[in-house]
Design a protein around this ligand. Structure first.
Ligand code: GLC
Length: 445
């Protein structure tokens, strides 16, 4: 590689490391100062991957702190409120996780979760760490907690034993205000809440969810609270019950990582057998139920109203990361991505179908590019041998960061970028920094 590029990449990596150093809070990393001032579950997983490249002790600590907040029933919450902050709403005094009898007694948290990244994150830590014996010791100490978390999902979040887990809140998906949820919100009669939002003091409201959407978000939490976050009651009464392809892909990817790691550790045949059973059922149902032949993409399934939600989003391609489609179907997904998302004038990969009327390239999960999805797609596409597309996604991610900085999300339209352009949402965003470090790793070897 030419010296100029090496130097450029080296500088980008140094900037990313500095962001992660600044966002470290004595035991965990905040996703973004002020905007997200606590520990978030799937953020922590991605962040640990970046930390592992320059400070493995912190990477291990990030995961240990998260797992320390696991509930007695194996559940891991989406936000852990380690500290006080007046820059975020809704905080612990709205969520009241203690309503659930098995909630952590040590930490306040939300009563909802986020995509199950920890299985594959442990495997990534093993890949990245230089001292394999030391990291394997760490994994040995933590892996059963992740297994128990998967057990929680299969025992409590899969009412028909299909191998597909439901989410009961859009925040559980990680893709907060995706247009996918609009149809479900339209079936809900949410009250008008009065509350003081903090996010729109910090970020241009055109880049954030609307007030009405927040009413729905709070209403769903109120329903769950009314039943003390009891899963059986939520299944019965929540208007929002969705089988999400992104969430389930991450579970399946993590199942496979746990199988690989238990095999490496040895003497865990029973757990491996159980994981294989879950895995077989999950992959079979996933392919049968979540694929939409007409759209040539995986879609979400509305379990409450028993129908597919026929929209294409970046989540539609995430099964590639988990090895779910066969080669032929993976090729169809690639065609769909190139046709609808991949025009020459677009950076990949928009979070929502750019050819759809609900697409909004500025607004959060309704169109902008997110680096965590790009990281998954890059790694998944390589596994299927789609190297060219994989490398385009990697290059787009690095270009965006180089152009405007380590933002939370980015406009996919190439033509809007000028000299003084900015990204969207929070700046100095931790998982953008962390995953760019990982993406640059090969470049800097
Ligand atoms: C936003 C994102 C979510 C993320 C959180 C913290 O809510 O939509 O996926 O975990 O911010 O970064």
């Amino acid at each position: 590689m030419c010296i100029l590029f090496s130097f450029l990449y080296f500088m980008i990596k140094q900037r990313a490391i500095n962001i992660l150093k600044k966002n470290w809070k004595d035991g965990f990393t905040v996703p973004s100062k002020n905007l997200y001032p606590y520990q978030w579950k799937w953020d922590s997983g991605f962040i640990a991957i970046g930390l592992a490249h320059f400070d493995i002790t912190k990477a291990k600590k990030e995961i240990s702190t998260l797992l320390d907040a696991q509930w007695e029933n194996g559940f891991i919450p989406h936000i852990i409120f380690h500290n006080k902050s007046n820059t975020y709403f809704p905080g612990s005094d709205f969520h009241h996780s203690e309503l659930h009898p098995k909630a952590s007694k040590k930490y306040k948290s939300t009563g909802m979760t986020q995509p199950p990244v920890l299985g594959f994150v442990l495997k990534e830590l093993y890949r990245i760490a230089k001292d394999k014996q030391d990291i394997l010791e760490f994994i040995k100490n933590k892996i059963n907690q992740v297994f128990i978390n998967h057990e929680y999902f299969y025992n409590n979040r899969d009412p028909h034993n299909e191998g597909l887990i439901y989410i009961y809140h859009n925040w559980e998906s990680g893709t907060d205000n995706s247009p996918i949820w609009d149809d479900i919100f339209a079936t809900m009669d949410s009250p008008i809440f009065s509350f003081e939002r903090r996010d729109t003091d910090l970020i241009d409201p055109s880049q954030r969810p609307s007030k009405r959407e927040y009413d729905h978000y709070l209403h769903l939490i109120e329903i769950a609270k009314k039943y003390n976050y009891n899963d059986e009651k939520i299944i019965e009464f929540s208007p929002f019950l969705v089988q999400d392809p992104l969430f389930n892909s991450m579970l399946i990817k993590s199942n496979q990582s746990l199988i690989d790691l238990y095999t490496l550790i040895g003497n865990n045949q029973e757990k491996i057998n159980q994981l294989k059973k879950w895995q077989e059922n999950s992959i079979k149902t996933f392919n049968a139920k979540l694929y939409n032949e007409e759209l040539k993409a995986y879609v979400h399934y509305d379990l409450r109203n028993d129908k597919q939600l026929a929209y294409i989003s970046s989540s539609s391609f995430s099964p590639i990361f988990a090895g779910i489609p066969n080669q032929e179907r993976a090729q169809s997904l690639v065609n769909t991505m190139l046709e609808k998302f991949g025009g020459e004038n677009n950076y990949l990969c928009a979070s929502f179908d750019p050819t759809h009327k609900k697409y909004n390239p500025v607004k959060y999960w309704r169109g902008p590019v997110w680096i965590n999805l790009n990281w998954m797609l890059y790694n998944g596409l390589l596994q299927y041998g789609f190297d060219e597309l994989a490398n385009r996604i990697k290059k787009d991610s690095i270009d965006l960061v180089e152009k405007v900085g380590f933002y939370e999300y980015f406009d996919p339209r190439k033509e809007i970028y000028k000299e003084d352009s900015k990204g969207y949402g929070g700046n100095n965003f931790s998982w953008t920094a962390a995953l760019i470090i990982d993406l640059l790793n090969e470049e800097l070897k």
